[in-house]
Write a protein of this length. Structure first.
Length: 206
């Protein structure tokens, strides 16, 4: 018997020997002190985030809230998708000060004073894009049929926009390398690369 099993057996035997009346009194001293319980409580605070050019005031929000959960649950910007929650699939990609980040790995409170762009902000400048006023990469995804189920599409587009801006879309292989953090479970990679490359060529010739 290892140490873990021994302790579990001993605790079970001790509990069985206690009467219901004595259990409450005897076990009460196992409650954590008030200070410890207060230390375990998650702190909240109010703060503001600038998203798609507009400032949003967040009421009392737990400080451990991720940017992804803040966008989806508090601000109802559900274009940013929740995938693995581990920063591995890229479905939650947004731009922070022009750089792509996995919003499931960022704390919302730490993004104060930064410019955050989500898929909703890629259309018209005020972030109210319509099918008639799409971002060039959004239009290219439609033209090249670069999505199937669509769940990863917003993250793919946000990453593609940054990839072009960073100058990492000079070849198919370069696009694949620099967008390797965005997974498409439907396997539309060839069409995604084609869409990104087309917009990159247009940008270079403009």
């Amino acid at each position: 018997m290892n140490r873990r099993n021994f302790l579990a057996t001993a605790l079970a035997a001790g509990s069985a020997m206690l009467t219901p009346e004595s259990s409450a009194g005897e076990m009460s001293h196992f409650e954590p002190p008030t200070a410890a319980r207060e230390a375990d409580a998650v702190q909240t605070m109010t703060f503001a985030l600038t998203i798609n050019g507009a400032e949003h005031q967040l009421p009392e929000t737990p400080v451990n809230t991720t940017l992804l959960d803040c966008l989806r649950d508090s601000l109802h910007l559900t274009g940013t998708k929740k995938g693995c929650g581990l920063g591995q699939c890229g479905a939650c990609t947004v731009l922070v000060d022009g750089r792509r980040v996995k919003s499931c790995l960022c704390l919302a409170v730490m993004q104060q004073g930064k410019q955050i762009t989500t898929i909703e902000g890629l259309g018209r400048p005020e972030g109210l894009g319509t099918p008639e006023e799409l971002h060039p990469l959004q239009a290219a995804f439609i033209e090249h049929d670069a999505f199937q189920c669509g769940y990863c599409t917003s993250g793919q587009i946000m990453s593609g926009v940054a990839c072009i801006h960073e100058g990492h879309a000079g070849s198919d292989d370069e696009v694949r390398e620099w967008m390797s953090g965005n997974l498409c479970r439907c396997g539309a990679y060839t069409n995604i690369v084609a869409a990104v490359r087309e917009v990159a060529r247009r940008s270079a010739s403009a």
